[in-house]
Design a protein around this ligand. Structure first.
Ligand code: MN
Length: 638
């Protein structure tokens, strides 16, 4: 609508200044004109009862002979008319404007198209959409532009010549108007483009502001009540809401998301629900069944931190995606991983590019090292809480904030996460009761955790989306298969653990430390079965649990290989990250690195200094104070 035209005509009509006459662009339609305004017109037909005039290619109307004051016109004559009426049926009538064009202010009017929300265009409609260009993909045929507004993302196909880039002036991030016809393409709506106009200056700023406001509104997370009331959790909730908002916004802006998560039970319980919720939202926003597959990728990380190998792979994938598919670079979401100093090199590598990073983790964090590199860092330790709030518990709520419709599928997941990581959460019983309502007793929940761990082990670096979903029964559709699969995998896992423990048990060395704690050591390189399940981390953990049960007293267990050691402790106040720092200073050329939770972790060192490192480690452990209360430990990284 030409608001300015209406306003000006009113003011100018009254007064001493030159009268305003509008000259319409040929593409102008009825939405661009106003009753009472004057227009430059051309006669296109003469009839008994008057003359027909065009004010644009789209807008014509009758100047009735009663309004002609006896004047006569021929086809092709130019005159100034006053728009008298627009009837409901679209017919337009004009009057003669008593204005000499020579003495008027002639103002050009561009066509202001009616903007259709991308979600509203129906097949067959001719529409103009306005949004941000989020992806530009050159196919062997047309160029495919993705246009995002607050209602969704639509593909728009512009054809110039096979394989030739149409509208080369259009860039990702531009705000543009795309006009065309909505057609059906492989079952999805697609815009067949007539014209693309990149907005600039004030028009672009106004459009951006409008989009920004509308997207911010749509990005708002859902108001959901927590699955269980838990005071300790509440300090983390606002940050989860912020992150849910960012993730929804990321989807609306058409930026891909990459999820990296720890490859264990809790890590899976964190990643799978968030993946499901995001996929649902992506499908709501983007046209096309395949959108989620192109927009969201999840991959496990074997190491308990973001390895250079993983980040290089992710970065390479992202840059290829940009080059090949004209995609934006992704948003990285780290789950049950990513809070520590060991993640810094990977983050610094990403910082060379536009890749925002968010972390949800419950490993002991190094906020001074990582926070500057992160957009979000959700970690219970940053709120004086601890690992008992597991990442799976956090992410079930995160998933519900993104898409509350996933709630019913997730009732058992916090319990699986909690048992997998041996959380001492005060609400574990409530989580287990919640799982009961979904048909799972405690044994079932433990079995799911074991089965997940087993599947994660063999999946190694693969996503295994369907398999993992079937094991956890999230985004899955066959209850019986889920039950059978869990039984099969958890039984195999238990059998493998027994075999491993039977193999190592005769070689476990025991000593009593000065503090009275038991120390158990096992040489995993020589006495454990390698390259099978359970890996060194879990082997050490299972052995440790056995010793805690057998003694009922404080226990430290070290499982070591040529260049690594896995540490578990119960009833002893260890600070593994601190020990790593000290070992590094004390054992010169030891190359010690690692960390994890306070009392559970793994360290690496150079093979030639193994004996010195382990001796120094045992010395530190002997000095550690005992806890008054014996607690069960939490799950460990491989
Ligand atoms: Mn965890």
């Amino acid at each position: 609508m030409t608001d300015s035209a209406a306003g000006d005509s009113g003011e100018n009509g009254a007064g001493d200044s030159r009268p305003a006459v509008y000259e319409l662009d040929p593409t102008c339609t009825l939405t661009d004109v106003e009753v009472g305004a004057r227009y430059v017109a051309t006669v296109n037909g003469v009839v008994d009862y008057g003359v027909f005039v065009d004010v644009s290619e789209e807008v014509s109307g009758l100047l009735h002979e009663s309004n002609l004051d006896g004047e006569t016109f021929d086809v092709g004559d130019e005159l100034v008319v006053l728009l008298e009426e627009i009837k409901e049926n679209g017919d337009v009538s004009f009057d003669l404007a008593d204005v000499d064009l020579e003495e008027a202010d002639v103002l050009a009017v561009e066509h202001e198209p009616e903007i259709t929300a991308v979600a509203d265009g129906r097949v067959g409609d001719h529409v103009t959409v306005e949004g941000e260009i989020t992806q530009i993909k050159q196919t062997g045929g047309p160029t495919i532009f993705h246009v995002a507004d607050e209602s969704g993302v639509l593909a728009a196909a512009a054809f110039q010549e096979a394989g030739v880039r149409a509208y080369p002036e259009v860039e990702i991030g531009d705000v543009a108007r795309v006009a065309g016809t909505v057609e059906e393409h492989n079952g999805d709506r697609q815009l067949e483009v007539d014209d693309v106009t990149v907005l600039s200056g004030e028009a672009a700023a106004a459009a951006r502001e409008r989009l920004d406001e509308a997207m911010a509104e749509r990005a708002e997370p859902s108001a959901v009540d927590p699955l269980v009331e838990w005071e300790a959790f509440e300090s983390l909730r606002p940050e989860l809401e912020d992150l849910a908002r960012t993730l929804r916004r990321t989807v609306l802006e058409g930026r891909p998301i990459r999820i990296r998560h720890h490859a264990d039970g809790d890590g899976m319980c964190a990643a799978i629900p968030v993946q499901l919720a995001l996929e649902n939202f992506i499908e709501e926003v983007h046209e096309g069944d395949d959108a989620a597959r192109h927009t969201l990728k999840r991959l496990p990380s074997k190491a308990p931190f973001y390895e250079m190998e993983d980040v290089t792979r992710d970065l390479n994938f992202a840059l290829e995606g940009r080059a090949r598919h004209g995609q934006k670079l992704p948003f990285l979401l780290m789950l049950d991983n990513g809070s520590t100093e060991e993640d810094v090199p990977a983050y610094k590598n990403l910082a060379h590019y536009d890749v925002p990073i968010a972390v949800v983790d419950h490993h002991h964090p190094d906020p001074e090292a990582v926070n500057d590199l992160l957009d979000h860092h959700v970690n219970p330790y940053l709120h004086d809480e601890d690992y008992r709030i597991t990442t799976g518990m956090l992410c079930v709520e995160l998933a519900r904030l993104i898409d509350p419709s996933v709630t019913d599928e997730l009732r058992h997941v916090p319990a699986v996460a909690g048992l997998s990581d041996r959380s001492k959460a005060e609400v574990m019983d409530e989580f287990l009761a919640l799982a009961e309502t979904a048909g799972y007793d405690r044994d079932d929940i433990e079995d799911i955790g074991e089965a997940l761990d087993y599947a994660a082990h063999w999946l190694r670096y693969s996503e295994g989306k369907t398999l993992v979903g079937d094991v956890l029964n999230v985004g899955a559709d066959d209850d019986e298969r889920h039950r059978d699969l869990v039984e099969f995998l958890s039984t195999r896992a238990a059998r493998d653990v027994e075999e491993q423990l039977d193999a190592v048990e005769p070689h476990v060395e025991h000593e009593r430390l000065d503090s009275d704690a038991h120390l158990y050591r096992i040489d995993l390189e020589n006495f454990a079965k390698r390259f099978t399940y359970p890996a060194p981390g879990k082997t050490t953990g299972e052995l440790h649990d056995r010793k805690v049960r057998a003694t009922g007293e404080p226990v430290i267990t070290i499982g070591y290989g040529p260049d690594f050691a896995v540490l578990r402790s119960d009833g002893v106040r260890l600070d593994i990250p601190q020990m790593v720092t000290e070992l590094n200073e004390e054992v010169h050329g030891g190359g010690v690195s690692g960390g994890g939770h306070l009392v559970v972790g793994s360290i690496k060192f150079v093979e030639g200094r193994r004996e010195d490192v382990i001796d120094a480690l045992v010395e530190k452990m002997a000095e550690a104070e005992l806890d008054e209360e014996l607690s069960t430990t939490i799950e460990l990284d491989d």
